[in-house]
Design a protein around this ligand. Sequence first.
Ligand SMILES: [Zn+2]
Length: 289
Amino acid sequence: MADLRIAAIAAVLLASSGSGVAVSQDDLLERFLTPAPQERQRIEQVEIPVAQERQIGEQQFTAFERQLRRQGIRLHTSGPDHRYVRQLVTEIRPLMSHHQRYPKIRVWIAQTDVTDAHAFPGGRVVITSGMLEFTQSEAALVGVLAHELSHIDRGHQLESLRSFLAAQNSWKRGSLDDLMAGGRLMMNAFARPFRPEQETQADRDAVRWMMQLGYHPDALADLFERLADRDRGRRVPLPGFLRSHPWHEERQRDVRQYAAQEARKTGVRLDQLDLAKENWKDRRPRRLR
Ligand SMILES: [Zn+2]
């Protein structure tokens, strides 16, 4: 991998020095990191068969599980919390654009105080017991789970692989422009494992799905607010759900704005939506009441 990366940088340096335009290192770096619209299109056009996706997800999950085990954190697939989360995921899944590609979403609870959640390609979700406790309402928990399902639905975790494959395709074509594009695509494959705009997309999908299921989107905004309050003045190592996400305050603001906009668009009355706190306390989904 490292050799290819060096080749990619060399290719772009070669191509840009050949163009005769003087550019600073920062400009170059920014160019590496920002795929042009047609490159973005090339990334999106790369198809990954579902069987391959599942395989990738399984590998990532196994590595994650091993990492947790080293920290003494156990994963559960039984008990009231697990059943509850699984029931909620079953409610959300049909709202995914590609729900047919993901007929089954598997769920694990990681036993730790850390507030976190992860999604893996192919349809796997891990939520920590710390996050489950921190949500304080069924609406917020649905928001967190919906956010993770959105990452799966939009194939966000496959973006690096797609960039990598798109880079290879570019290099096969072989012109100088293709070589340049290949270099940028390759950098995109390694530079940013999670992009902030993907987090915003996942938050917005979560808001829409919450509203469609009758949950008040403020629950998700409030969750971000409480995370911001908790972490204020505290430098925490940011784990998966929080890593490279826009700051909690920004996410909180965006969720509220987007919810208001969606309410206007769809005619949904926010005051008629539910936080379902009692359901969360009883671990009994609102729909099953
Ligand atoms: Zn996320």
